[in-house]
Design a protein around this ligand. Structure first.
Ligand SMILES: [Zn+2]
Length: 300
């Protein structure tokens, strides 16, 4: 059975047409027993999305879904007494629970034959916007990231995977170098040694492999190692993978890469703020001291 956290991830992050595969409460059911249980299951979750009215991430809860279409498999009551539901389409809106004015709308398709769920519409559309700090970090490579997101939004997993992997190859050295500042003092020497060892390597996967287990627990949300996930994703080739399989790997690369870049950027930003604030304090102290210093100098 598809778990609630998967539904949350699906609503928050999946682009149009990416399939969420797995059983839902009402996938093996006859049309006569149909009771909208699947969409009710989806409507129970709350999701976190940016709200432009509140200007921050907020919790969104669903409004009453509307059934748009229900299609039965070859349904002709003259010949079939027990038709199976083939697919059902709903529109569902999620509303910001804080301002209660901003909505995000989805059109969802439940495919009863293939047992999957897809978004077939979304408003506002899936964004290819890149957070400012990630854009700063990536420089010119941000163009590849955006192209990858465009491909991902259309379900072109193979293309998205190739674009994202190119970004990883281009930025991995700089990312691993800057991650060093986030490694606790006790492990930093080991990290530096490993980093020097992989500098010669041209392959992104080799570099990540040497470093990944040195990532501190503070950078492992829910005990999952983003460098390890990145390693698994970039070290597998394209081979025979379908668009669907590549979409999954592409999303993993995108999520882990963005997470690590943001951690590094936040740390550097905080460091800069700290230095700036300290400097301001020192300037202030110097400014308040100097007249006294001048007057005492004049007294002498
Ligand atoms: Zn709001």
């Amino acid at each position: 059975m598809v778990a609630k956290p998967q539904i949350v991830e699906f609503l928050e992050k999946y682009p149009l047409y990416r399939k969420l595969q797995g059983s839902l409460p009402e996938y093996d059911i006859k049309a006569s027993d149909f009771n909208d249980e699947n969409i009710k299951w989806v409507a129970e979750v709350t999701i976190e999305l940016p709200c432009p009215v509140c200007k921050k991430d907020r919790t969104f809860a669903s409004l009453e879904p509307t059934s748009l279409r229900l299609e039965c498999n070859d349904y002709d009551p003259e010949y079939y007494s027990d038709p199976f539901v083939e697919c059902a389409v709903y529109s569902i809106s999620y509303c910001c629970t804080h301002c209660k004015s901003y909505h995000v709308d989805f059109i969802l398709l439940f495919d009863y034959a293939a047992k999957h769920l897809q978004k077939i519409g979304q408003n506002p559309p899936w964004s290819i916007a890149v957070p400012k700090d990630v854009e700063r970090f990536l420089g010119d490579d941000v163009a590849f990231l955006k192209r990858g997101k465009i491909c991902e939004s259309q379900g072109y997993g193979i293309a998205a995977f190739v674009y994202y992997r190119r970004v990883v190859e281009n930025v991995i050295s700089s990312l691993l170098n800057r991650l060093e500042n986030l490694i606790p003092e006790a492990n930093r020497e080991r990290y530096s040694l490993a980093l020097r060892r992989v500098q010669e390597s041209r392959k992104a996967s080799e570099k990540i492999q040497v470093i990944k287990d040195l990532l501190p627990s503070s950078l492992r949300p829910d005990n999952r190692n983003p460098l390890g996930i990145l390693y698994d994703a970039v070290s597998q080739g394209l081979h025979q993978e379908s668009d669907e399989e590549c979409l999954r790997s592409a999303a993993q690369i995108h999520t882990c890469l963005t997470y690590l870049i943001r951690e590094v950027s936040t740390h550097e930003e905080t460091g800069r703020e700290f230095t700036d604030n300290i400097q301001k304090l020192l300037d202030k102290t110097a400014a308040t001291k100097s007249p006294a210093a001048i007057s005492s100098g004049g007294d002498a």
